[in-house]
Design a protein around this ligand. Structure first.
Ligand code: ZN
Length: 429
């Protein structure tokens, strides 16, 4: 029997708190899970620094990847009841689901921002370059790694396959919303996934939803909206991310200056210059980053030391609302006062902005594919034309800006007049 059809002697079952069970029957999937590149995902947290706000949020990309695989496995078995679904696409769908987040680095957000890295590019490289994952995929067929990479990149020829893994209602989002709600302990991420899976229908271009399932989809869109503002963009999480970003920024600066580190970041240095070798990239996970942060709490550089102490001991920055247009002058004034107080505003006075678009219809030049309802007549209708709830948030970008600063350090400014002036501008005491 060919490797791609090879099934395990018995079904392997992972216990999962969100989907109850994750079932593996294919040898290919079992072998992929066993690769070092996939096991590495255990050491990358799904929600980055959110555990500093929601202490339960310690789950990893490994959990989430298995979850997405399980949803796609269930979706595909439902799709196979319909003629328009091509049965040949089963394995490529499962592999792409399992591997879609493979290239994530430690604390992805901040790390990528400062180092100008792109986890999607690394996902592709891990699949295509000389890795254990690539060896497993190649045993299926020589062009199989390329096909899996195309599904993840959304360039694959069968768009129905692409849409189950990434669209406005896909297995990735469904898993992370449910999983992140579970691990943070919030009550608003819930929606009826089983119902959505039952009403999904494949067409040649994408997956559509049987119109009777509209309310379950409404719930899912609202849950996404809630999770973004209550969890992902939580101001305290953003504070920890600001500090993290500033640590990476400081390290970049110190490396440029030839600063003599007591603990030199030997494992990070190869990521600061081109070309980046995959082996070096894969060596850096969150345990490595936290090791350096731990050590840097006693560095001579006062800024690096202070930021690491803050991160490790959760002594975060405070914040106030910030209007980027109205408050511009205030920001300039504060920057001067911070300099006077010997608090470098580059690291200690930070504007952070978040914005999200919960759902959108198609606009030329954008890649968002809308969600379509399949009416009893077979006709397709775009979701927001039928749902009043979805219509209300369609195309609306919500923005939020905050100004972050170390309230404790401001309290320690010796010059009382200077301290008062800063506090007055911040309206914070
Ligand atoms: Zn994902």
């Amino acid at each position: 029997m060919h490797y791609k059809e090879k099934q395990l002697d018995e079904v392997k079952v992972f216990k999962d708190p969100v989907h109850r069970y994750v079932r593996v029957v294919d040898q290919v999937i079992w072998d992929l899970i066993a690769t070092p590149e996939f096991q590495r995902l255990r050491r990358i947290k799904q929600l980055g620094t959110s555990y500093l706000t929601f202490h339960g949020a310690e789950h990893s990309r490994f959990n989430h990847s298995l979850g997405v695989y399980e949803i796609v496995r269930r979706m595909v078995s439902k799709m196979e009841e319909h003629e328009s679904w091509n049965k040949e696409e089963r394995l490529v769908s499962l592999c792409a689901a399992l591997l879609h987040d493979l290239g994530h680095g430690p604390f992805s957000h901040s790390f990528e921002k400062v180092l100008s890295l792109d986890h999607e590019k690394f996902t592709k490289r891990i699949i295509l370059e000389d890795t254990h994952v690539n060896q497993v995929l190649k045993k299926v067929a020589d062009d199989f790694p390329e096909k899996v990479a195309q599904v993840i990149e959304k360039t694959y020829s069968d768009q129905a396959v692409v849409s189950i893994i990434s669209s406005q209602i896909d297995a990735d989002r469904m898993d992370y919303l449910l999983r992140d709600a579970y691990y943070t302990g919030v009550s608003y991420g819930q929606f009826d996934m089983e119902r959505i899976l039952r009403v999904m229908r494949p067409t040649d271009e994408q997956i559509v939803i049987k119109s009777t399932g509209m309310h379950a989809v409404e719930d899912y869109i609202m849950s996404r909206y809630q999770m973004y503002w209550q969890v992902y963009f939580h101001p305290v999480t953003r504070s920890s991310e600001v500090i993290l970003t500033k640590i990476f920024q400081r390290v970049t600066h110190l490396l440029d200056q030839g600063y003599p580190f007591k603990e030199e970041p030997k494992l990070l240095i190869p990521l600061f210059r081109e070309p980046i070798y995959l082996a070096d990239y894969l060596d850096v996970d969150e345990s490595v980053i936290l090791y350096y942060f731990q050590r840097w709490q006693t560095e001579d550089d006062a800024i690096l030391r202070d930021l690491c102490l803050r991160f490790m001991n959760r002594n975060l920055f405070k914040y106030i609302e910030f209007d980027p247009i109205q408050d511009e002058d205030k920001l300039v004034q504060l920057q001067h006062l911070f300099l006077e107080a010997e608090l470098d505003p580059l690291y200690y006075l930070v504007v952070d902005s978040s914005s999200d678009l919960s759902y959108d219809v198609y606009r030329p030049g954008e890649e968002r594919v809308p969600i379509y309802l399949q009416m009893p007549s077979g006709q397709l209708k775009e979701l927001s034309t039928h749902s009043v709830i979805v219509e209300a948030i369609t195309g609306r970008t919500r923005e939020d800006h905050k100004l972050y600063f170390p309230a404790d350090a401001i309290r320690l400014i010796n010059n009382q007049a200077l301290q008062d002036k800063i506090n007055e501008l911040l309206h914070y005491r």
